[in-house]
Design a binder for this molecule. Structure first.
Ligand code: SF4
Length: 325
């Protein structure tokens, strides 16, 4: 097993015979994620460091990962210091950086470096891509079932798409579970909610979010970043695939993807989730200036159930959208 701090070309890991495990998913689905954040704080992480960074740190040590891939470009600058702290504790850290300029050449260099470090051939990487492409196709079907046929909830969509960064550590059983879920969902009656929402930003740290929205006669039919993890734009070439992944590069790519979704998915409004102490909060300015539908910005800090103030803000926002309709 090799831990990853964010989505990377997982095909390279699969081609090397290792299993990728997304440390974010492992942290947030742990029995007590708050406990992991506290462990990191006991080890010296300051209060004003993002809870995801603390969670990744603590889960890496708790699960005794020997090797991780740290995404040091295109994700989070905190990861650079985090990886040095983990390296000092004996974890082997391989860096991977998405090029800021989204250049093909820069991305190829990074992928080749990782491929060599893990001892995988390009031929094996291509074979791994062909294998994972089948799962990615099923994920596209799941997404269609969410926004075209309306048979999948926002939470179900989120859960499968967010897990596509590492395919739950086991692509074969992920595919089986996904296909089983799809055939069940195809037979369900469609949802008929009044309000259709898009969710923007990093995955939420709090729980109960999607459930609350559905209880208010609304549904999330677009999970922006989680969908990007599934590499929704079909590309024959692996470098092209990771160049069309919007999250690590400049915001224009995200804006283009979100505008398309607003139109295609008939969205009434957007919820932009921001993480306390995260630099990505600043993107809220550009999202608000450039998107044509109402946006509610939420902030989450530590893992746990949705707090009452945030719940009230969601309720008011949905009511406003209903009144407008
Ligand atoms: S939420 Fe922001 S600060 Fe936290 S790990 Fe992600 S990018 Fe970094």
């Amino acid at each position: 097993m090799i831990g990853i701090t964010a989505t990377i070309p997982v095909e390279i890991i699969t081609a090397s015979g290792r299993k990728a495990v997304d440390l974010n998913n492992l942290f947030i689905t742990a029995p007590d994620p708050e406990d992991l954040v506290e462990r990191a704080e006991r080890d010296g992480f300051a209060h004003n460091v993002c809870a995801w960074i603390k969670g990744i740190y603590a889960i890496t040590l708790q699960m005794e990962f020997k090797q991780i891939i740290a995404v040091t470009g295109g994700d989070c600058s905190n990861t650079i210091a985090l990886s040095e702290v983990l390296a000092a504790k004996g974890v082997e850290v391989l860096p991977f950086a998405f090029p800021l300029d989204r250049s093909r050449e820069g991305l190829e260099v990074q992928m080749d470096r990782l491929r060599k470090a893990l001892g995988a051939s390009w031929e094996a990487v291509r074979r791994a891509k062909a294998r994972l492409d089948g799962i990615r196709m099923s994920l596209r079907r799941l997404d269609e079932l969410t926004y075209v046929e309306n048979r999948v909830s926002g939470l179900e969509n989120h859960q499968f798409l967010v897990s596509s960064s590492d395919f739950g550590g086991d692509p074969e059983s992920f595919q089986k579970d996904l296909d089983k879920f799809i055939s069940k969902a195809e037979k369900r009656p469609p949802f008929r909610e009044v309000i259709r929402l898009g969710y923007l930003g990093v995955p939420p740290i709090f729980s109960g979010f999607y459930e609350l929205i559905e209880a208010l006669d609304a549904r999330v039919v677009y999970n922006e970043v989680q969908r990007q993890f599934s590499m929704p734009d079909r590309k024959a070439d692996i470098v092209d695939q990771y160049l069309s992944y919007t999250y690590p590069y400049a915001v224009e790519g995200r804006l283009w993807d979100i505008r398309k979704a607003i139109h295609e998915r008939n969205l009434d409004g957007l919820i932009h989730y921001t993480q306390t102490f995260c630099y990505r909060q600043i993107y809220d300015i550009l999202l608000r200036e450039n998107l044509p539908v109402p946006i509610l910005t939420l902030e989450g800090d530590r893992p746990g159930p949705l707090d009452s103030r945030t719940s009230l803000r969601i309720e008011t926002f949905i009511q406003m959208l209903k009144d407008q309709k």
